[in-house]
Design a protein around this ligand. Sequence first.
Ligand code: FES
Length: 459
Amino acid sequence: MSAPHSFWLQNPPQESYPPLQGDVTADICVIGGGITGLTTALLLQEADVDVILIEARQIASGTTGHTTAKITSQHDLIYHTLIKRYGQELAAQYADAQQTALEEIASLIQRHSIDCAFERQNAYQFTELPRGAAALEREYRAALRLNLPAELLDSAQLGPLNLPFKPHQALRFTNQAHFDPVAYTRALARIFIGLGGQIFEQTRAQEVLPGEVVHGNGRISAPHIIVASHFPIRSIPGWYFARQYAHRSYCLALDGTDPFEGMWLSIHKHGKSLRMHGNTLLLGGVDHMTGHQNHRSHYAILRTYAQTLYPQSREIAYWSAQDGIAANSVPYIGSFSDLLPGVWVATGFAKWGMTNSMTAAMILRDSILEYTNPWQNIFSPKRPPTLDSAWITLSSGARTAANYAAWPFSRQPVCTHLGCRTHFQTEERTWECPCHGSRFDASGVPIDGPATKNLDLGP
Ligand code: FES
């Protein structure tokens, strides 16, 4: 079988952008040409600021090109947890930011007539087991307290939806959406260029300093630098590699299924995600921490499930995605660190990058232009630590210590981030670091940070 390749990246881009040669200056440098970097660059360029964006590979070729692209404020069972951990006021900031982001994306698409298969759909979280009902009911009550468009449905109400599986109960958020994330992001790039912005592909940031980004062929001087590179490429200060963890998930695109309404996500561990794109079913799931996969084929598990649902279906693409999960699944958006003035960050989107991309863009634009923003506190990288954030940091330290202890007994290549031994993942043909989630292709070139330098694979 051919190598994994995302359904969204099957059409080559119509535009390409040159690599950056030498030194340049700008008001703002954005690192990362995914949906977050492009949205932020566009909002700032619209505000008449001079923005340069650099991307290590191609626009939308990273996590943006590998998502299931659900544009929704329904983010797992987050709202009950947010109220419990941070209180009603901060939880309401999160909810309002996501609903606003959804409508901002819709309005941007309409304003610029972007052809990206944008479609309004309801979002559902479901359980097939009676024991899952209590968690959905708790989340439903939390969503109502935050004015989210939530409804709780039982199996009798769900029956007419003609689903290939049998939910016992589901929590529905109405009037959400999905789209083609690559068509959207490539369109943002064209609009950004039309407004005078500059994009450089195949330009990897190697170092971030106050007022300066070092890349392979020179330096970019800019008073503001936005790190939208998925996992921040600078480790200290900020310590983002120890404040979030990397997670992987897998996806199939299938033809020959019966279309159904809505975007569906099971609430159970390793639960499946299902949504239609036209007549194609996108089936995802089987997630795990990067570098900690079990030895069964992840795609085989999904294929078995697909055959159960639709024995007549035909697979047309398969691929995987990597995401950063921040404490309590709330992204870090704001100032990178007091020790790096003028440097900004957006990371840890916990698999909900579509609305969070717009949320990040609005917060970063407002912060840089010194406008007030109603949501910045809940996303602030300086928000007080919680039990969850302490647990993530402790676990990260423990994983690294365990890897160092086993170091002399292994001959696997050494990760260029902090020196852990990597593992080779045969399904993806990638080197993965179990400490903080860096990934490298078979020849050792970084795919996912925090590492930025090639693996030494020896002679
Ligand atoms: Fe940190 Fe590999 S990602 S040591």
